[in-house]
Design a protein around this ligand. Structure first.
Ligand SMILES: [Zn+2]
Ligand SMILES: [Zn+2]
Length: 145
């Protein structure tokens, strides 16, 4: 899908309906045909059968995910709030109130990152993996004791 976030997709869908009232019906037909051809899995298998395209697709998706993650890290300070670590590969997003599992269940990683960008969450902070692990069970980080 060419749309990078759910809102754009919804807005586009509304616009298509305004322009063409039959659009939902056509879309349903198109989707049924797509499923009949084997749907997403089939498409994925075809992609996988072509190593060049497969690698390019992987790179493109990875690049997009990395850029999105960078934006989120930047928006939340891009450093560990405990020890000040700034290396992006060491940083992780941490849920202060541990509500992450419920939030994440109905959201893809990409959706989750878009949501984090859109609403600055006060219950999200950046920790490096060390500090994250050390505080996992509610104990204070050794840096702070
Ligand atoms: Zn740290
Ligand atoms: Zn620490």
């Amino acid at each position: 899908m060419p749309y990078k976030n759910p809102e754009d997709r919804r807005a586009n869908y509304q616009r298509r309906i305004r322009e063409d009232p039959d659009y939902p019906e056509q879309r349903r037909k198109w989707q049924a045909a797509y499923r009949a051809r084997g749907g997403k899995r089939r498409e994925y298998e075809r992609l996988k059968a072509d190593p060049t395209r497969f690698a390019a697709d992987r790179e493109q998706k990875k690049g997009y995910r990395d850029r999105l993650r960078d934006k989120v890290l930047k928006a939340y300070g891009h450093r560990c709030v405990c020890c000040g670590e700034k290396e992006r590969d060491f940083l992780a997003l941490d849920h202060i109130d541990r509500s992450g599992s419920e939030q994440r269940e109905d959201m893809s990683q990409i959706g989750f990152h878009h949501w984090l960008l859109k609403e600055k969450r006060s219950n999200i902070r950046i920790l490096c993996h060390n500090c994250n692990m050390a505080t996992r069970f509610g104990s204070p980080c050794p840096h702070q004791t």
